[in-house]
Write a protein that binds this ligand. Structure first.
Ligand code: ASP
Length: 324
C-alpha cells in the first residue's frame, strides 16, 4: 500500500515537472475552417495575443477545413494530449452531434475545455452586382429569382449554414446552397459573383463591406451593432424577421487527457490574451465582443456547450438536416 502510494506520488511529480516548462516547442492551434475566413482571423489575432502569456511560444495555425468544421475537430480529438495541439472552434462544435451521424468524436467527452473567446454577430451579404440596395429590395430580388439563387456556406453545421438555414426557413424561400471549406474561399467567390448571397461573421465581412466589395443588408443579432460601418444596417428582426437572432461564439479546446498543469497554463494565458489591448481593438473594430473572465472557465464553458447542444438538437431535427 505504502509502496503504491509512493509510486503514484512520484508519477504525479514526474508528470508535473515534465510539463513545468510547457511550452518547450511550437504549439499548433487547429482552425477547422479554411484560411482567410472569420474563425481563421480570430485564431491568428488570438495567437498573436497569446504568444507573450504563453512564454513567447511559437504558435502555428493549421487550417483543417471541411465537413462544417468536424474534420479539424476530429484531428484535435485524436491528437496526442500533450498541449501541443489545441483547437479554436466555434458554435458548430455544439451543432455537429445532431447533424453528423458518424461524427468521429464526442463533443462533451473527447475534449478538455479551455474557455470561450468571443461572440460575433453575423451579416447578410451579397455579391456586389446584386441589384438591391436595401433589405426590402433584396427580398424582392430573391422572390423574382426563385429557384436560381445560390447561398454560400462553410459546410453542414457551420455558422453560415445554420444562419442561412434560418434565413430560408423564416422567409420561406428555398435556395441552392454551395458548401465551401470555410467562408474565406466563399467570400472570394461572393466578391467574384460566382455565388449570390451569404450569411457570415462580421469578422470576415466588415472590411469587405467597407471597401464596397460586397453588399450588406442586415445584421443577425438582436440589437444593431456599434462598429461604424455596420451601425447603419438594420437587424433582421427589425427588417421583419421577428425574433431572428444569431450570434456565433468561439472557444478553445485541447484533446482529452491533456495534463492539468498544461490546461491551467493555457487557460491563464487565454485570460491574459483576452485583455491584450491590441487584440481587443482589432476584435471590436470587426464587431466581435470579447467575453468576460467568468466565461473563460472550463467548467462554465462545458455547461454552456451542453446547453447549446440541447438548444440546437431539436431545431436541427425539425429541419430534417443530417449528414453521414
Ligand atoms: N464563418 C464560417 C462558418 O460559417 C467558418 C469560417 O470559415 O471561419 O462557420
Amino acid at each position: 500500500m505504502k509502496h503504491t502510494l509512493f509510486v503514484a506520488a512520484m508519477a504525479a511529480l514526474a508528470a508535473s515537472t515534465a510539463f513545468a516548462e510547457y511550452p518547450e516547442k511550437p504549439v499548433t492551434i487547429v482552425v477547422p475552417f479554411a484560411a482567410g475566413g472569420p474563425t481563421d482571423k480570430v485564431a491568428r489575432d488570438l495567437a498573436e495575443a497569446l504568444r507573450k502569456p504563453m512564454g513567447n511560444a511559437t504558435i502555428i495555425i493549421e487550417n483543417v477545413g471541411g465537413a462544417g468544421g468536424t474534420l479539424g475537430a476530429t484531428k484535435v480529438a485524436k491528437a496526442a494530449p500533450d498541449g501541443y495541439t489545441l483547437l479554436l472552434a466555434h458554435a458548430g462544435i455544439s451543432t455537429a452531434p445532431a447533424l453528423y451521424r458518424n461524427l468521429q468524436y464526442k463533443t462533451l467527452e473527447d475534449f478538455e475545455y479551455l474557455g470561450m473567446v468571443n461572440e460575433v454577430p453575423m451579416t447578410l451579404v451579397s455579391k456586389p452586382t446584386l441589384p438591391a440596395n436595401s433589405y426590402a429590395e433584396l427580398v424582392k430580388w430573391l422572390e423574382a429569382n426563385k429557384g436560381k439563387v445560390n447561398l454560400a456556406h462553410a459546410g453542414l453545421g457551420s455558422a453560415s449554414h445554420l444562419c442561412g438555414l434560418m434565413f430560408q426557413s423564416t422567409t420561406k424561400m428555398e435556395m441552392q446552397t454551395v458548401p465551401y471549406k470555410g467562408t474565406g474561399p466563399a467570400m472570394t467567390d461572393l466578391i467574384g459573383g460566382q455565388v449570390d448571397i451569404m450569411c457570415d461573421q462580421t469578422t470576415n465581412t466588415t472590411g469587405q463591406i467597407e471597401s464596397g466589395k460586397i453588399k450588406a443588408f442586415a445584421v443577425t443579432s438582436k440589437a444593431r451593432l456599434k462598429t461604424p460601418v455596420l451601425a447603419k444596417l438594420p437587424t433582421l428582426d427589425e427588417a421583419g424577421l421577428k425574433g431572428f437572432n444569431v450570434t456565433i461564439w468561439h472557444a478553445m479546446y485541447a484533446p482529452k487527457g491533456t495534463p492539468k498543469a498544461v490546461l491551467e497554463k493555457v487557460n491563464t494565458a487565454l485570460k491574459a490574451a483576452l485583455k491584450d489591448a491590441d487584440f481587443i481593438k482589432r476584435e471590436e473594430a470587426l464587431g466581435a465582443v470579447i467575453v468576460s473572465d467568468a466565461r473563460v472557465n472550463p467548467v462554465e464553458h462545458k455547461k454552456f456547450v451542453e446547453s447549446e447542444i440541447n438548444k440546437w438538437a431539436p431545431v436541427i431535427k425539425a429541419a430534417g438536416q443530417y449528414a453521414d
